[in-house]
Write a protein that binds this ligand. Sequence first.
Ligand SMILES: *Cc1c(COP(=O)(O)O)cnc(C)c1O
Length: 375
Amino acid sequence: MSWGDGTRSVRAGEHPAVPGAPLRPSPVFAAPFHLGDLPPRAGGRDAYARTEHPTLRDFEAAVGELDGGRCLSFATGMAALTATVLACVGSGDRVVLPSDGYYTTRMLGAEELTRFGIAVTEVPTPEIERFAADGGLAGVAMVLLETPSNPQLDVCDIAAVARAARAAGTVVAVDNTTATPLGQRPLALGAHLTVGSDTKALTGHSDLLLGHVSTADDELYAQVLGFRNRTGSTPGPFEAWLGHRSMSTLDLRLARQAQNAAAVAELLASSPAVTGLRWPWRVGDPSSEVAGRQMLRPNGVLSCELADEDAVARLLAGTRLWSAATSFGGVHSTVDRRAQWGGDAVPPGFVRFSCGIEDTDDLVEDLGRGLAALG
Ligand SMILES: *Cc1c(COP(=O)(O)O)cnc(C)c1O
């Protein structure tokens, strides 16, 4: 029998129980380790922490088990995405990125990849399946999907794109940040690599930066590992330990966040001040059919549109529990007016809600007060 999400969140990557050993190993704070008279890494001994350290190994074993592959952890989500792309493509290659995806990923393409002679094509998430089916991936070295996309929460069919990509010899990577490894398993759907910003829901307490890549392909694993060793974006022991500790509650947090999002979606849908509500698990959402087929469980991120910047300010002023903050997936409920950052092609009143783990009734009552302030 395979374990459920709660069990796996706590027990993934665990060592066999040894009497006297802690249930969860403490962080090992070391850069170099004693070599003695043995050659480096003889008998699996640690030598230098940029390459590998015990706390990182434990965290990676846990995340990799949830992803269904081998995990490499990085200092941030962007470090993981950069490693994913640069380990797999080179000068003269073409990559396809989502035009509606995370802003900094698009900037990585436009400002960095192109400087090294890597051509970038941007395709909107709702159109990538058709693009791939129509032969658009011919000659493309890598396609990066982001589903559900951030911030507009469009979903694409990973398995369909992966089939077309594999036929074209294109490497498929999926930014799985919004879904988390419990919400979606891109490797099982045919992707070569799954990437996440673990700054978001995987660790979920708004207090650390982390990212990761997992793959079941040994060659790709070696390429990404080599890239990390040579470019040095390895997380230190404290971050890795805190990440591991935090992910133990992923199932509980996701469950409460999704419960809150379902209630908040109903509240927002009933408000005349709200248009364009998106939550991929809401019946009738443009993403709901593919999300229901491909994803394993809902999460707490929604988006919608208010009249303008002033309406968002009035909403926030009318609430106590909803804080203006970027990022998402944390224990606190937050509202982010995306246009203030520049970069996303969204109207001034477009907001992303991230439901935290506060009590549903409190969040709904509080947000109701904010919506009432909009008249
Ligand atoms: C936040 C985010 C990233 C970047 O992660 P960092 O940890 O901030 O570097 C990448 N992709 C998506 C979808 C994100 O939401």
